[in-house]
Design a protein around this ligand. Structure first.
Ligand SMILES: [Fe+2]
Length: 172
C-alpha cells in the first residue's frame, strides 16, 4: 500500500473520538511491516488531530477488530506509564520525539527490578511477546512531546487496555 492510499484510509469523525482508520492497511498481517511504513512516513500520524493530555499520555484508538488494535500515543513531557506487563502481544514504533523504555524482571507478582533501559529514537521499533517476561515502563523524560504507534493483539471492546498487571519497583 502506498503513502497516498494509507493517508486516504484515515477518516476524521465528527465527534471528539478523533481520527480513525476506515480499514487496516494491508501489510500482510505483519505489525513490523506496518510500523516500518508509519515510522518512515511520520506525517501520516503526526498530522492527525490527536488528543493530547498535559503532563501525561493520551491514547488515540485508530483502528481495531476482534484481534488487533492500533493506537497512537501522545506523550507530554514528563509522561510515564506504570510499570506493567501485557496480556497480549504488543509492538510499537516511535514516530517523533524520544521515549525511554525500561524493562524489568519480577521477583514475584508485585515487585520488580530493572534489567534494561533504552532511549528510543524516531524510527525505532520494538515488541513484547506474552511468551516471555514482558514487564516494562515507558517514560518521556525529554523536553518535547513524543508520539508513538502501538499495535496490540486485543479487542478494545473486550479489554479496557493491553495491561495485564502493574508492578512496584523493589527497594535496591
Ligand atoms: Fe506496555
Amino acid at each position: 500500500m502506498n503513502h497516498t492510499a494509507v493517508a486516504e484510509a484515515f477518516q476524521s469523525t465528527a465527534q471528539r473520538s478523533g481520527p480513525r482508520l476506515k480499514t487496516l492497511p494491508d501489510f500482510g498481517g505483519s505489525p513490523q511491516a506496518m510500523l516500518e511504513h508509519f515510522t518512515a512516513h511520520p506525517g501520516l500520524i503526526c498530522d492527525l488531530d490527536l488528543e493530547r493530555q498535559p503532563g501525561t499520555y493520551a491514547r488515540n484508538l485508530l483502528w481495531s477488530d476482534a484481534g488487533t488494535s492500533v493506537w497512537a500515543m501522545v506523550w507530554d513531557r514528563g509522561a510515564r506509564t506504570a510499570i506493567h506487563d501485557h496480556h497480549c502481544a504488543c509492538a510499537f514504533g516511535l514516530i517523533s520525539g524520544n521515549l525511554t523504555e525500561i524493562r524489568f524482571r519480577a521477583f514475584d507478582g508485585i515487585r520488580v527490578a530493572k534489567t534494561w533501559e533504552a532511549m528510543h529514537q524516531p524510527g525505532d521499533i520494538a515488541s513484547l511477546a506474552t511468551t516471555h517476561p514482558n514487564i516494562h515502563q515507558m517514560v518521556n523524560d525529554s523536553d518535547r512531546v513524543a508520539i508513538s504507534l502501538h499495535i496490540y493483539g486485543y479487542d478494545p471492546r473486550v479489554h479496557a487496555s493491553s495491561v495485564d498487571r502493574e508492578y512496584l519497583l523493589a527497594p535496591a
